[in-house]
Design a protein around this ligand. Structure first.
Ligand code: ADP
Length: 892
């Protein structure tokens, strides 16, 4: 507000006095008041270093023309003068800016924080004025003379000139500066230091010519007036400093271009100088400011260094002066040395930083690598865990994770659950001994003790008791480890070996059975050999006796022939039994199941066996309800019953009993044969029903093969029945057959009951006809020839092969053909086909007489067209009966 108070009236006064148009000032005022309200302006103080004069013209004009205001500044211009320390004003913060001289360098070295804003005078105004009349034209001429110049920083350029030109200031007699211009005129001293812009005007006005000794002419070119401020101002208001400088330089440009207007303003601010003085001053300043040559405010570091060095020579400045920070730089460029220092520091810092960054990067790299490694490991672990989990879940082997101490299950896999029949939850409440069969527990505990020593156990076998009570054979392997809590745990791998155990046992049984069978077969061969040799011995013995004529009496011969026949039949029976067993063992037999009542069959078997029983003095009885019916193969059941009755008789004691009876027991009919015989020792009973086992009977001279009971068992089982026995040695045996009872089924009306009456060996009627017998075996044909002697009216033609036999047929025209099957060349079967294929011979009956006795061969033969099939050895009576019957029937 003080600025406002001072400046506006000042401008009004200026405009009136200076003759500047009132309208222009009015506009300025209006603009000023509208655009720059005073309360918005920043108040600053400019301390002038001397009294108002043209020396400060630029500042007055900047003020008068509102340049400061335009920059937002309200500037107070304070006049200087004797006793005003403008440096102290700025340093003491009583003024923001001030005008100064290059001696600011000294102030700055003395620690005063002054900063040069701008150089206004390109050259120093300091000169040495000497009376022209003295004739002094150079500084050297002043040696030894009095010079009014203070040895301070006020006129250093003059001192520098004197020093330079004379080599020492000691050559001069310096007087204190008192501005005593008249003293020069009166000769009180030879020279006085003055400002070229000011005092020469004084001498000029007095008509006292002077000679000006200018330092610039002697190589001393100092800057003149300047504008400076404090470091604080620069630091706190850098923009204000620039604004102030901008406006000031603008004012200077105006002032140096408009001297009249400027002089008016200067006089208006209260300058005591006349217009002429001020104009003189303006003209002198033209050379110092060089406004048209050098940009206002320009300065360069080189000149400042020269000035500073000169100051040093003058002893005004210590040699260690520093220019940095002295000249204000609105766009500071970093001093190169400092830059390098900074660069070094920065480089060092960058180095350290780089080191840390490198270390950080290295650490980061290792960290990343570690993270990658751990992630890979984690992925691998996860994969492994998935694999293990899958293995655990889907393994067919049972797995159990168990607390070693308590034996409690911690986890079990589905395979173990299936094996034991318990759920997972149930198993987790149990320990492994709970499901281990009692008899295996001690061994299991012993194995665990081994595991405690060695870290692993097994393989060992044991049995689990399943939830349903069943048993499972398992093979257990295991090992101990510690879980993440340090607890001792065990993994057990449990393999279900029930099937392999069973197979193993079956294999063992099969092996035992095979070995037994092998042994049995050896025994059989021994037995068979014995059984064959015995009848053969009889046959051959009596045959030889007959051949030698050793048996002369008819009775002896008849007896011998009787033995031969009995032995032959015995051999035939043996062969038939072996063949029967063979067929049954190889399942090559057929059953004809039918329903029939039992009692006729039982009657028949008793009737058949009675003669034999009678021979031993045995009582054979039968008891069966007449209406009990079974479903079975009639003839095969008869075969079984005959075998059981035969055994009951054979292995009985003389005068003993055999009882055949049947009862109904539930769904079965039980047919029992009970004897009072020798009984079977308990030790031998297991071998019963095994082929060729005779249990020592062979040693007692009892006929037999050890095949009968095996055949019985197979046949009864094939009829869905079963056969059993119990026996006590010395008491007797009880064999029985259980067969399915036939309830509500139709009973067969006629049953194939064997005609007990045998054919008579003599021909029942007179039979005649022609018969061809084809057989390559001479003995067989001889037998046949002798048989046919029993049929004297029957012609027998014998041929040894089929071809020759067939060749005779058309010519011989037989009524019957007896055909062997296995013939040299054409077989009997092929010959039959030819006969049947030829209409001329198709009607001739052909009867097979063959040693090929296998049922399938017989069946095939009958199907091919044989009228009948007789197996060798045939029953002579049966043959005669068949031949007779056929001839009687077919004889033309
Ligand atoms: P085989 O009677 O031809 O020897 P089996 O198979 O019929 O053959 O009988 C086997 C063995 O069983 C006989 O050798 C005999 O030792 C014994 N055996 C069978 N039935 C009886 C029985 N009723 N009493 C005593 N032992 C018998």
């Amino acid at each position: 507000m003080s600025e406002f108070k001072n400046s506006l009236p000042f401008m009004l006064k200026t405009s009136i006095r200076g003759g500047i148009s009132l309208r222009r000032w009015a506009c300025a005022v209006l603009f000023w008041s509208v655009a720059n309200p005073v309360w918005a302006l920043d108040a600053v103080v400019l301390q002038l270093k001397w009294e108002h004069s043209y020396q400060f013209a630029g500042y007055y004009m900047a003020q008068a023309l509102g340049y400061y205001r335009d920059e937002g500044l309200a500037v107070e211009l304070r006049e200087g003068g004797p006793g005003v320390d403008y440096v102290a004003e700025v340093v003491g913060n009583r003024a923001h800016y001030a005008t100064g001289t290059p001696s600011l360098l000294i102030d700055r070295q003395q620690g005063k924080p002054v900063v040069l804003l701008s150089v206004i005078f390109q050259h120093a105004p300091d000169i040495l004025a000497v009376a022209k009349s003295a004739g002094i034209m150079s500084p050297q001429q002043l040696v030894g003379k009095k010079i009014m110049v203070k040895q301070n920083n006020q006129t250093p350029a003059v001192l520098a000139m004197l020093l330079n030109e004379t080599g020492s200031l000691a050559h001069f007699d310096f007087l204190d500066q008192t501005n005593d211009l008249d003293g020069l005129m009166v000769g009180k001293f030879a020279a006085i230091a003055v400002y070229s812009t000011e005092q020469p005007y004084y001498f000029q006005q007095r008509g006292f010519p002077i000679t000006e000794l200018k330092p610039i002419n002697y190589g001393i070119d100092f800057y003149g007036d300047n504008l400076f401020t404090s470091e604080q101002e620069i630091a706190t208001h850098p923009e204000r400093a620039q604004a102030f400088l901008r406006a000031s330089l603008k004012g200077w440009a105006y002032a140096m271009a408009h001297p009249d207007e400027t002089i008016a303003v200067i006089k208006n601010v209260g300058s005591k100088h006349s217009g002429g003085h001020l104009y003189f001053e303006y003209q002198a300043m033209q050379d110092l400011l060089l406004p048209t040559l050098v940009p206002l405010g320009h300065s360069n570091a080189g000149r400042w260094r020269n000035i500073a060095d000169t100051y040093v020579r003058l002893g005004l400045l210590k040699p260690d002066y520093a220019l940095s920070g002295f000249v204000y730089d609105p766009n500071p460029t970093v001093e190169i040395s400092r830059f390098y220092r900074y660069l070094y520091v920065a480089a060092a810092l960058a180095g350290v930083l780089a080191f840390f960054i490198f270390a950080l990067l290295a650490f980061n790299y290792h960290l990343q690598r570690e993270i990658r490694r751990r992630k890979q490991m984690e992925a691998r672990l996860q994969l492994n865990e998935e694999k293990l989990s899958t293995l655990f879940q889907f393994s067919p082997t049972g797995m159990a994770y168990t607390d070693f101490t308590s034996r409690q299950f911690i986890d079990v896999n589905p395979a173990l659950q299936d094996m034991t029949g318990y759920t997972r939850d149930e198993l987790l409440t149990m320990n492994y001994l709970d499901i281990t069969a009692q008899e295996y527990r001690p061994d299991n505990i012993a194995q665990v003790e081994v595991m405690a020593q060695t870290g692993r156990f097994g393989p060992f076998e044991k049995e689990y008791v399943r939830k349903d009570g069943g048993r499972v054979s398992v093979l257990v392997n295991g090992f101990i480890l510690h879980d993440h809590t340090g607890r001792k745990v065990s993994w057990a791998l449990v393999e279900d070996i029930t099937a392999s155990k069973k197979a193993q046992q079956e294999l063992l049984l099969a092996k035992e059975a095979a070995e037994f069978a092998s042994r049995a077969k050896s025994e059989f061969l021994t037995n068979v050999s014995h059984e064959l040799r015995t009848p053969l011995h009889t046959i051959l013995g009596f045959s030889q006796l007959l051949a030698m004529g050793g048996l002369a009496a008819a009775e002896e011969q008849k007896m011998a022939v009787g033995h031969i026949m009995t032995s032959g039949k015995q051999l035939l029976g043996l062969i038939n039994e072996i063949l029967d067993l063979s067929r049954i063992e190889s399942d090559q037999f057929e059953l004809r199941l039918e329903t029939f009542t039992l009692s006729p069959l039982l009657d028949e078997t008793v009737a058949l066996m009675s003669p034999t029983a009678a021979e031993r003095g045995l009582t054979l009885s039968q008891g069966c309800y007449s209406d009990i019916a079974v479903r079975a193969d009639f003839s095969r059941l008869r075969q079984v019953l005959l075998n059981l009755l035969s055994n009951a008789i054979k292995y009985n004691r003389d005068g003993g009993t055999v009882n055949l009876f049947c009862v109904i027991d539930g769904d079965v009919v039980r047919i029992s044969v009970v004897d009072s015989g020798l009984g079977i020792a308990a030790a031998d009973q297991a071998a019963l029903f095994q082929p060729f086992q005779r249990l020592g009977a062979e040693k007692k001279g009892i006929e037999g093969t050890g095949i009968g009971l095996v055949v019985c068992k197979r046949l009864i089982e094939a009829m869905q029945g079963s056969i059993h026995f119990n026996s006590t040695i010395g008491v007797g045996s009880h064999f029985w057959v259980d067969l399915p009872i036939a309830v509500g089924e139709k009973v067969a009306e006629s049953l194939p009951v064997v005609q007990i009456s045998a054919f008579s060996p003599s021909c029942p009627e007179k039979i005649s006809g022609r018969v061809i017998y084809i057989d390559d075996c001479v003995i067989n044909t001889n037998v046949m020839r002798h048989v046919f002697r029993r049929l004297p009216d029957v012609e027998l033609l014998i041929r040894e092969d089929a071809e020759s036999g067939l060749a005779q047929i058309c010519q011989y025209r037989p009524d019957l053909i007896l055909m062997d099957i296995n013939l040299p060349g054409m077989s009997g079967l092929e010959a039959l086909h030819l006969l049947k294929a030829n209409p001329a011979t198709a009607a001739i009956p052909v009867i097979a007489v063959s040693a090929a006795a296998m049922p399938n061969v017989i069946k095939e033969g009958l199907q091919a067209g044989f009228l009948a099939y007789l197996t060798k050895p045939f029953d002579v009576a049966e043959l005669i009966a068949l031949v007779s019957k056929t001839l009687a029937k077919h004889r033309v």
